[in-house]
Write a protein that binds this ligand. Structure first.
Ligand code: NAD
Length: 484
């Protein structure tokens, strides 16, 4: 950041202002105050970034995997060395508690870079011998220039989750973080230069979806798009990329269920995890469980214990170590969440706790805080239970038996993540197999092994990230058949 707190694009190894000279305000959600400016880049800057990435590609693709890995490790070291400062920046930019950014977001960004640095050096090739007639072997070659577009909820975490496998596999990258939370990605760009990434290998352009993101998606030299964001934007990107035959990975929205069976262990830490699964990061995680399905025989007991915990959550200044929830990311998002709560009331829902803005005194008096809100009495078919809210709002829904639970869980257009809570192992396997979701957690939530496939089904996306799935996405397999 410069003295005027103006972020810059990273193009061809240099930090440069947008060619049109235009900037967007970056606002601190906890105070409502502008604290930085982000380039409003457009197709001209994207063109320059693509040109740099194209020029850098042959050299980067020919760089041995262990050398690429070492550069990613050096970048990881630099991010790790700035963990505290990056966590504070992430919190300031997004409204999330700084403690959460320090515990989850920034360490995970480091882990993403290290994981794919290691993974690329351990990735075996395949061969298919045809007895004595021929030998097939598969080359997995980088695609060329790829586009990575990420959202605002886990800014550096999701940005690195995309660029790390893309770079490790030998591609050069044009990446766009969310214009709502651009700061940590901008700092990462500076650290990439310091770490010695060759010019043009990683280019970062900042700007809005329509002006900058769209230019990346439409650029004929960009071979693949890895996108995480809303289902609506994902559909627009798919429509634009399809006639250009680009490879697409789309990680989209969700309406995730947490399913609590009657043998639920009230004494274990499970209840705390279920509360966290609804309200961590103010509910702004695509994996948050916003539909809490509870077996009718324990419904009242569970509800009482659950509400006790939710009421104990503290909404406060993201800088305070004891704030469980910080501010929502932006004023439009804050207004959207309040409108969703109003809609829940209008649909006939009962607000059991929360239900409106939260006031935080002092420096945060003008911030965008919302109370953790629990609703009951709405059917699974209500708009509240069908549409993604992406805020601190959870709906309680009773169910009768296993079949009922599965039907309710599967009964939305989304299919990202489900969690189920039971001590019956057979039931856990049975239900997990029948849930139409890309991820199922049994007696846990957000426990992530970076080797596992990550992604959703139905309107939650296409393709998988994580481990070899990401390396496969960012490479083109080529079969070589050699007659013997
Ligand atoms: P969004 O779709 O508004 O924006 C995401 C990114 O796409 C931003 O960088 C934005 O500038 C860009 N963009 C917008 N329009 C574009 C266009 N036409 N072409 C190219 N790029 C464009 O999403 P958001 O509001 O930033 O993020 C919240 C959404 O992300 C939620 O729906 C959430 O569920 C989803 N999400 C999904 C996952 C997952 O892994 N499945 C993870 C995190 C967030």
């Amino acid at each position: 950041m410069t003295s005027s707190n103006a972020l810059q694009n990273l193009i061809d190894g240099r930090l440069v202002p947008p060619r049109n000279g235009r900037y967007l305000d970056v606002v601190e959600p906890a105070t409502g105050q502008v604290f930085a400016r982000c380039p409003a880049a457009d197709s001209t800057d994207v063109e320059a970034a693509v040109a740099a990435a194209r020029a850098a590609f042959p050299g980067w693709a020919a760089t041995p995997a262990d050398v690429r890995a070492r550069l990613l490790e050096r970048l990881a070291d630099r991010v790790e060395a700035e963990l505290d400062a990056l966590a504070e920046l992430e919190s300031r930019d997004s409204g999330k508690p700084v403690a959460l950014a320090r515990r989850v977001d920034i360490p995970r960004a480091v882990a993403n870079l290290r994981f794919f640095a290691h993974a690329i050096t351990q990735w075996p090739s395949e061969s298919h011998p045809m007895e004595e007639r021929a030998l097939n072997y598969t080359l997995r070659q980088p695609l060329g220039v790829v586009g990575c577009i990420s959202p605002w909820n886990l800014p550096l975490y999701l940005f690195t989750w995309k660029i790390a496998p893309a770079l490790a596999a030998g591609n050069t990258v044009v990446a766009k973080p969310s214009e709502v939370t651009p700061c940590t990605a901008a700092r990462l760009g500076e650290l990439a230069v310091e770490a010695g990434l060759p010019p043009g290998v990683l280019n970062i352009v900042h700007g809005t979806g329509p002006d900058c993101g769209q230019a990346i998606v439409e650029h004929p030299s960009i071979k693949a798009i890895s996108f995480t964001g809303s289902t609506r934007t994902g559909a627009a990107i798919a429509a634009s990329a399809a006639p250009r035959f680009k490879k697409l990975s789309l990680e989209l929205g969700g309406k995730n269920p947490a399913i609590v069976f009657d043998d639920f262990d009230f004494e274990a830490a499970s209840l705390d995890t279920i509360v966290r699964s609804g309200f961590a990061n103010q509910g702004e995680i695509c994996l948050c469980g916003s539909r809490l399905l509870v077996q009718r025989s324990i419904y009242e007991r569970f509800r009482a214990r659950y509400l006790e915990r939710v009421r104990a959550l503290r909404v406060g200044d993201p800088r305070d170590a004891d704030s469980d929830l910080g501010a929502l990311v932006s004023e439009p998002h804050y207004r959207k969440i309040l409108a969703c709560i109003e809609r829940a009331r209008a649909e006939g829902g009962t607000i059991l706790t929360g239900g409106g803005p939260a006031t935080v005194a002092g420096r945060c008096a003008d911030g965008w805080f919302v109370e953790p809100t629990v609703v009951e009495g709405l059917s699974n078919d209500s708009a509240t239970n069908q549409e993604e809210i992406f805020g601190p709002v959870v709906c309680l829904i009773p169910f009768d038996d296993e079949a009922d639970a599965i039907a309710l869980a599967n009964g939305t257009g989304y299919g990202l993540a489900a969690s189920l809570w039971t001590r019956d192992l057979k039931r856990a396997h049975r239900v997990a197999a029948r849930l139409e979701f890309g991820l199922v957690w049994v007696n846990c939530w957000l426990l992530r092994d970076l080797r596992t496939p990550f992604g959703g089904v139905k309107n939650s996306g296409v393709g998988r990230e994580g481990g070899v799935e990401a390396l496969r996405f960012f490479t083109e397999p080529k079969n070589v058949c050699l007659a013997l």
